[in-house]
Every structure is written in structure tokens, then in C-alpha cells.
Write a protein that binds this ligand. Structure first.
Ligand SMILES: NC(=O)C1=CN([C@@H]2O[C@H](COP(=O)(O)OP(=O)(O)OC[C@H]3O[C@@H](n4cnc5c(N)ncnc54)[C@H](O)[C@@H]3O)[C@@H](O)[C@H]2O)C=CC1
Ligand SMILES: O=C(O)C1=N[C@H](C(=O)O)C[C@H](O)C1
Length: 267
């Protein structure tokens, strides 16, 4: 049995992850954490997730529970994830990171840690989204040079980072396929007298509204026709089940930085 620690267990994803871990054969919830000032410290993680009592009380200290887990699943905030990363590195634990919004420097810290421990780090754990990354690579190679490329994403009103990690990865996939540097060609929203669109730019539009779980659409708009590659998530369980799959896939790997393309055999 693989014992899993779910950090941020009272969050939107934390609750879905507790459920997914509990439902996945071979996995057991060993630890559930929240930030130290949370009023939910001491609550039962299963009850919080709406699946009944699991006998795992939410704690504030991952280090104190290090004997009770083999792998951490972290969907929290970048600063918190880096603290959890340090714990995993010190104690030789595997890590699945779904948190988004990292700076380049923070991403480098994750890459450095992966020289010592095995990490799956992906901005989106769903099968459908990861399939779309492959489709985007094909679309960019076939019609990217003759198209205006725009990435449109929508999420719930509580999301704190923009564009979404998934939208950024979509931009990276397309830019890589076309030999462009995303930092140089990305345009984030438009306002005022913008001038005509430059062909090589890749546009990002962000919507934050209501309870939208996660929607991404990429336009390849050429003269005379437009291809749209779209994926709409209607349940967070798709991300949570992908994370559980990543935990199982990590078994037997003692170091390295991987993503869901590796887990799903799409590389
Ligand atoms: N990779 C993927 O497939 C997905 C990634 N995400 C990302 O996951 C992250 C979390 O998203 P949500 O669950 O919607 O946010 P949320 O705000 O509902 O949950 C985050 C949780 O982390 C907790 N937290 C913060 N600091 C902590 C600490 N030091 N120790 C323990 N817990 C701590 C918060 O109290 C909160 O409960 C975001 O970065 C989001 O973009 C979300 C969905 C899918
Ligand atoms: O915050 C969210 O909700 C989501 N975040 C991830 C992202 O930033 O891409 C994945 C998914 O879209 C949901």
C-alpha cells in the first residue's frame, strides 16, 4: 500500500484528491495538512471531503508526520509547495505537484530537487488536456505559420493566477513547435490602440467568472478557415484521478522531473 499525504486538504482540489486517493486501489490516505492558522486543523479529512470519516485528522505539520506517507500530492500555492518540496527532499519522499503560478526561479528549485527525488509536476493532470497538448503540437506544425494563434481560458472567480498554468503550457507547446520564444511573442490581453496583429504573436485571453471548473480553447485562425482545439473540464475529479495515476506511475522511480505526458505515455 502506498501512503499519500494530501496537502491543502480543505481546498477545492484537496477535497477531490482525498476522495480520489481513497477510491484508488493501492493508495491510502496517510496524512492531510492545511496551513497552520486554519480553523480546520483537527477535522477529519474524509468528512471534509464529504466521503465520511477516514480517521485521518488534518494537521499543520508535514515534517511531524513524515513516517506516515510515501508520496505528497500538492495543489496549494507556490510558496507552500516549495516548503513541502524541501520536506520531501530532506526525507527522500516522492512528490506530485499540481500547483500553478510559479516564477521561473521557483520552477528551477523544483528541477534542482528532482536531481534527488522523483517528481511529477504538471499544470494539468487531466487526460483530455494532456491529449490536447499533443493535438496542439500537430496543429501548430501543420497550420501554425499561416494562422493567428489565440489561447482563451476561463476559470472560477476564486482562481488567483492568470493566465492559467494550462494556458501557458499550451502556449509553450505551440511556440516550441514553431521555433518561437514564448517570452518574446506572447501578448496578454489587448486594450486601446494596439495596432494590427503581428502574425508571430500568440495571444492569451483570460476569463474569471462564477464556478467554471476550467475551459481552454486554442484558435488557429487562417484565411478562409479556423481550427479550434478546446477542452472543458466539468469536474475536479478529472485532475484528482490523474494525480492518483501519477502517484502509481512514480513507484520504482527514485529521482527525475516528469509530467503527465510521461505518466500517460504521450512523450
Ligand atoms: N495541475 C492541475 O491539474 C490543477 C492545478 N490546480 C492548481 O492547484 C492549486 C490549488 O487550487 P485550488 O484547490 O482551487 O485552491 P484552494 O485555494 O481551494 O486550495 C488550496 C489549499 O491549500 C491550502 N494551503 C495554503 N498554504 C498551505 C500550507 N502551507 N500548508 C497546507 N495547505 C496550505 C489552502 O488553505 C487551501 O485550502 C492552484 O495553483 C491551481 O491552479 C487546480 C486544479 C487542477
Ligand atoms: O485553478 C484551477 O482551478 C485550475 N488550475 C490549473 C491551471 O492553472 O491550469 C488547471 C485547471 O485549469 C484548473
Amino acid at each position: 500500500m502506498i501512503n499519500v499525504a494530501v496537502v491543502g486538504a480543505a481546498g477545492r482540489m484537496g477535497k477531490a484528491l482525498v476522495k480520489a486517493v481513497n477510491e484508488t486501489e493501492g493508495l491510502a490516505l496517510g496524512v492531510a495538512t492545511e496551513y497552520p492558522d486554519s480553523s480546520l486543523i483537527g477535522a477529519d479529512a474524509g468528512e471534509l471531503a464529504g466521503i465520511g470519516r477516514l480517521g485521518v485528522a488534518v494537521t499543520a505539520d508535514l515534517t511531524a508526520s513524515v513516517e506516515d506517507f510515501d508520496v505528497v500530492i500538492d495543489f496549494s500555492r507556490p510558496e507552500a509547495t516549495l516548503n513541502h518540496l524541501a520536506v520531501c527532499r530532506t526525507h527522500g519522499k516522492q512528490l506530485v505537484i499540481g500547483t500553478t503560478g510559479f516564477s521561473d526561479e521557483q520552477k528551477q528549485q523544483i528541477a534542482d530537487a528532482a536531481e534527488e527525488i522523483a517528481i511529477v509536476f504538471a499544470p494539468n493532470m487531466s487526460v483530455g488536456v494532456n491529449l490536447c497538448f499533443k493535438l496542439l503540437d500537430i496543429a501548430a506544425r501543420v497550420m501554425g505559420e499561416e494562422s493567428d494563434i489565440e489561447i482563451i481560458e476561463a476559470h472560477h472567480r476564486h482562481k488567483v493566477d492568470a493566465p492559467s498554468g494550462t494556458a501557458i503550457r499550451m502556449g509553450e507547446v505551440v511556440a516550441d513547435a514553431l521555433g518561437r520564444d514564448l517570452d518574446k511573442v506572447a501578448v496578454y490581453g489587448r486594450h486601446g490602440i494596439t495596432g494590427e496583429r503581428k502574425r508571430e504573436t500568440i495571444g492569451f485571453e483570460t476569463i474569471r467568472a462564477g464556478d467554471v471548473v476550467g475551459e481552454h480553447t486554442v484558435w488557429f485562425a487562417a484565411e478562409g478557415e479556423r481550427v479550434e482545439i478546446a477542452v472543458k473540464s466539468s469536474s475536479r475529479m478529472t485532475y484528482a484521478n490523474g494525480s492518483a495515476r501519477a502517484v502509481l506511475w512514480l513507484q520504482g522511480r527514485d529521482r527525475g522531473l516528469f509530467d503527465m505526458q510521461d505518466v500517460l505515455g504521450l512523450r
